[in-house]
Unconditional design. Structure first.
Length: 68
């Protein structure tokens, strides 16, 4: 799986988990949802993503183009 797909998977998981925590535990978990959204917005403008750097350290291959 490529870097782009990992980032989408992790961001989606964080958002769904924080929404579930907000519903079942405490509404303040919505701040984590907002944090993830703000990071996605920031990375779209600056083309810099901390999660990308972390995944690169784990050896995840970068996105190289469309395979199909």
């Amino acid at each position: 799986m490529t870097m782009e797909r990992w980032i989408r998977l992790i961001a989606g998981t964080f958002i769904l988990a924080s929404l579930a925590l907000a519903v079942f535990v405490n509404r303040n978990w919505l701040w984590f949802t907002a944090f993830v959204g703000a990071n996605l917005f920031q990375s779209s403008l600056t083309r810099w993503c901390l999660m990308e750097k972390i995944l690169a350290r784990f050896g995840v291959p970068p996105y190289t183009g469309n395979k199909g």
